[in-house]
Design a protein around this ligand. Structure first.
Ligand SMILES: Cc1cc2nc3c(=O)[nH]c(=O)nc-3n(C[C@H](O)[C@H](O)[C@H](O)COP(=O)(O)O)c2cc1C
Length: 257
């Protein structure tokens, strides 16, 4: 009996299978997108709460986040702004758009964020926006393998660190990845960010002298990960500095934000 198989039939079946599979995959991708976006937003809120030391495990993140206001800062004037909607503003995308960002001239890009800084920044405030109990600032900068994204929280004196945490980075687990180690993160709360109005906090190579005059400003580096340590130092100093949230924090302290 002659075979019913022909090249045309084989290709037809293969094509039909490809089309069916691609329809299934695309439908799944489209249908799951809102759920993925919701999870990203939830993870962001969780990290903001964690940096502020406010995260209570087992309680709804959305409910806990109700005590936090999402506000926009004009990074050029260092004042609150209503010009963009903080809930839907992507500062990382804005930093890549010349119309929505400013060039960091000379050696100003000390955190290596790509040479441009967004014109608006989104900050998270607990309590009164003009006299926050805690303020959480987004921070980012280059580690060894890529950009590290996190949040730095300051207490009501706008000087004492409430916490630091990264929600995305590409550092090596066990080396630079130790930025996620709760024991290292526990070194941050209580440190002072500014001394005589200038950024003084630093992440040093090795262990800080607990009794030294700079003890309140120094955080131990990560052992075996000097490059990640330097990255964290640079990004914290950048975002607290003149091209980051420095002018805004000064205005806020003076009641002029
Ligand atoms: C596979 C591999 C992964 C590494 N990952 C990191 C890292 O994530 N962060 C980092 O600072 N150094 C990392 N290093 C080490 C750096 O190359 C460099 O040796 C180190 O930062 C020096 O730190 P130390 O002076 O504390 O020893 C890695 C090295 C290798 C071989």
């Amino acid at each position: 009996m002659p075979s019913k198989d022909t090249v045309g039939k084989t290709l037809g079946v293969a094509l039909a299978l490809c089309i069916a599979c691609s329809v299934v995959v695309s439908t799944a991708a489209v249908m799951l997108k809102p759920a993925q976006e919701a999870n990203v937003a939830l993870d962001r809120k969780r990290n903001i709460l964690a940096a502020a030391g406010m995260l209570e495990e087992g309680r709804s993140i959305d409910e806990q986040f109700e005590s936090i206001s999402t506000l926009v800062v004009d990074m050029r004037s260092g004042r609150f702004s209503e010009e963009v909607d903080g809930e839907n503003y992507n500062s990382i995308a804005a930093a890549k758009d010349p119309d929505q960002s400013s060039r960091l001239e000379g050696g100003a890009d000390s955190a290596n964020i790509g040479g441009r800084r967004e014109n608006f920044g989104v900050v998270y405030v607990v309590g009164d926006r003009n006299a926050p109990d805690t303020i959480i600032l987004p921070v980012r900068g280059a580690g060894l393998w890529g950009q590290m994204y996190g949040f730095l929280a300051l207490e009501e004196d706008l000087n004492t660190v409430a916490g630091l945490g990264f929600y995305e980075h590409k550092e090596t687990p066990g080396l630079g990845g130790e930025v996620d180690n709760p024991r290292w993160k526990a070194l941050w709360p209580g440190k002072n960010a500014f001394r005589d109005g200038a950024v003084a906090i630093e992440v040093i190579k090795g262990t800080a002298n607990r009794e030294g005059p700079m003890a309140a400003y120094q955080v131990d580096g990560l052992s075996g990960a000097t490059l990640t340590t330097r990255g964290v130092n640079n990004l914290v100093q950048f975002w607290l500095g003149d091209d980051g949230f420095g002018p805004f924090l000064s205005n806020l302290k003076a009641g002029e934000a």
